[in-house]
Design a protein around this ligand. Structure first.
Ligand SMILES: CC(C)C[C@H](NC(=O)C[C@H](N)C(=O)O)C(=O)O
Length: 297
């Protein structure tokens, strides 16, 4: 029997205020705990990553589901993907890999998923964020302010990777994308190989960061390629994030697990809220300096 492992992330954040930090940590810990309990009850890795990501989608602190950032028109347009490492299956109820817009809405309705009006996902914080972004875009004069605005543009994409007791791995990633994006913009998050990847023979990974950069280097598959070549999860993550930075100046973060139950978290953004549950212990952190380990209930 494999030991169950789940790792979750809450995006590649920039500087988070102290009180928000606490709410973010609570959300991340809750998601990891929910996912871990699913695994402990014998649930599959796919069920665990889905359960963990749903917790974060419902939490308005994160840029996914309720609390998603807004596009140029002030609307929510979300991207998400999920994958089973057992058979590389992306969907359980269709053989297709991608569904968008009206087709996705019809598929959800046909499967009994209740429709929620887009406005219900819009929060005051994100309305303000869009206004600020639009204003800054008009007044940007120095490259420093451009850099700072890029750093704060989008934070709170969510993701999870897990190994279940049967040794299957899975990932799920979900996001509202980047604030003030063009309607119709598709990021890395729904794209298999960029927003994540899962293959029992290698491992599972979920990514966050500048979507256009992640897409250009296929960050998820690139990281697992390094694992296939014999690097440790940590070394592989460092190599792929380093490549993305040097090649396209993109920052981001990844969480990775393998069948053996090894796990790693790595980021080149200022910080990345994350939590990992394994062997009854919960590891979590936001900045490089604040990793903590506690016993799970
Ligand atoms: C500045 C970055 C590190 C923030 C990061 N953004 C995303 O992950 C966006 C997603 N990959 C996309 O492009 O649609 C976040 O949400 O935390």
């Amino acid at each position: 029997m494999n030991s169950a492992v789940i790792v979750v992330h809450g995006g590649g954040a920039s500087c988070i205020s102290k009180d928000r930090k606490e709410r973010v940590r609570q959300g991340i810990v809750k998601a990891a705990t929910v996912g871990y309990n699913i695994l402990k009850e014998g649930g599959s890795a796919v069920d665990a990553v889905e359960g963990a990501v749903v917790v974060l989608e419902d939490d308005a602190e994160f840029n996914a589901g309720h609390g998603s950032v807004l596009n140029e028109n002030g609307e929510v347009e979300m991207d998400a993907s999920i994958m089973n490492g057992k058979d590389l299956l992306v969907m359980e109820k269709t053989h297709h890999c991608f569904l968008t817009d009206q087709g996705a809405a019809k598929f959800a309705a046909d499967n009994g998923i209740p429709a929620i009006p887009g406005e219900q996902l819009v929060t005051e914080r994100n309305k303000k964020r869009l206004e600020k972004e639009k204003h800054e875009k008009l007044t940007l004069i120095s490259s420093l302010s451009l850099f700072l605005s890029l750093l704060t543009r989008s934070l709170g994409t969510v993701g999870a990777v897990a190994v279940d007791c049967r040794g299957n791995v899975a990932y799920a990633t979900s996001t509202g994308g980047i604030v003030n994006k063009m309607p119709g913009r598709v990021g890395d998050t729904p794209c298999i190989g960029s927003g994540g990847y899962a293959d029992n023979d290698i491992g599972a990974i979920s990514t966050t960061g500048h979507g256009e950069s992640i897409l250009k280097v296929n960050l998820a598959r690139l990281t697992l390629f390094h694992v296939e070549q014999g690097k440790t999860l940590e070394e592989a993550a460092e190599a792929s994030l380093g490549y993305m930075k040097s090649k396209v100046k993109g920052v981001g973060g990844v969480i990775v697990v393998n069948k053996a139950g090894d796990w790693a978290v790595k980021w080149t953004s200022a910080s990345m809220p994350w939590a990992a549950a394994k062997d009854g212990k919960l590891h979590s952190g936001i900045d490089l300096s604040d990793t903590s380990v506690t016993d799970l209930p």
